[in-house]
Design a protein around this ligand. Structure first.
Ligand code: NAP
Length: 259
């Protein structure tokens, strides 16, 4: 399927690795010019080069912490006017409800709620002026089904979800869509470290922990960053203009629910 977005320009935040990289790769395959971002310059440049070598698109790499005002200014400066924004950043650390103080919440809200909101506020006017735009926020399956030890993430992402629900309906008449993409467990560095931690905790091998983890999902596996990226690219396509304010869960059916 031709996604109809060749020649458009996208900012993909936090995209040197993992899900952000998967989204960047899929958009590049659809012919979209990219502004990539991550803190670590080396891995970022490696991903940028990898994309340039596979796809005939322009790729600008901006090393910056997207959760800071300076970092966002650097990315926005390099971006100019864009058609597509994919919001992403690292998730907050796990813990127990008694651990978290006001500063911990402020940090999580800054990273996973206020950063995507600030980038939308900066880039939506240009999209509205052009009469076309796409925003996809990478959130988490925890928006549908809470992960107790990720209370900071549950809270910040719920806040973003509420913001998107209203804002998406305010900008839709300008041809601009905002939706959220909710990952269940995917094959990124995080999945490897979670399996290692589970193996240590339960006194089993990493292979055993990985097999148990995969077996717990209806598909018998975890998701691929490439599958996640392809879904994101479809949500950014010309075909997805009637998808507004949705929370698209990609978890292999792990969330047990009839609707
Ligand atoms: P990942 O593999 O660890 O990759 C994270 C990417 O984000 C890296 O490129 C990293 O590069 C960049 N990054 C992190 N913090 C950043 C910041 N402050 N500014 C700019 N770039 C930053 O992570 P992932 O698994 O793809 O997860 C992406 C998001 O999805 C996270 O919020 C995570 O909580 C959420 N999520 C993931 C899963 C999953 O199974 N993978 C499931 C549910 C939710 P640098 O470190 O160099 O900055």
């Amino acid at each position: 399927m031709d996604l109809g977005i060749a020649g458009k320009r996208a900012v993909v935040c936090a995209s040197s690795k993992g899900l952000g990289r998967g989204c960047a790769m899929a958009l590049a395959e659809a012919g979209v010019d990219l502004v990539l971002n991550a803190r670590g310059a080396e891995a970022l440049e490696k991903t940028a080069e990898d994309i340039r070598s596979r796809h005939n698109v322009n790729v600008t790499a901006v090393d910056a912490d997207i959760t800071t005002e300076e970092g966002r200014a650097k990315v926005l400066d390099a971006a100019g006017t864009v058609d597509i924004l994919v919001n992403n950043a690292g998730g907050p650390p796990p813990g127990f409800w008694t651990d978290w103080e006001r500063e911990d919440f402020i940090k999580a809200l800054d990273a996973n709620m206020l950063t995507p909101i600030a980038l939308m506020k900066a880039l939506l006017p240009g999209m509205i002026e052009k009469g076309w735009g796409r925003v996809v926020n990478i959130t988490s399956a925890s928006v549908r089904s809470p992960i107790a030890q990720l209370g900071l993430s549950n809270s910040a992402r719920a806040g973003l979800t509420g913001y998107v629900a209203g804002t998406a309906r305010q900008v839709a008449k300008h041809g601009v869509t905002i939706n959220n993409l909710l990952p269940g467990l995917h094959d990124t560095d995080r999945a490897v470290s979670l399996a290692e931690a589970a193996a240590k905790r339960e006194g089993i091998t990493v292979e055993q922990a990985t097999k148990a983890r995969d077996g717990a999902n209806p598909t018998g596996r975890i998701g691929l960053a490439s599958e996640f990226g392809a879904t994101c690219a479809f949500m950014c396509s010309t075909h997805a203009g009637f998808m507004v304010g949705q929370n698209i869960l990609l978890d292999g059916g792990a969330f047990n629910s009839t609707t």
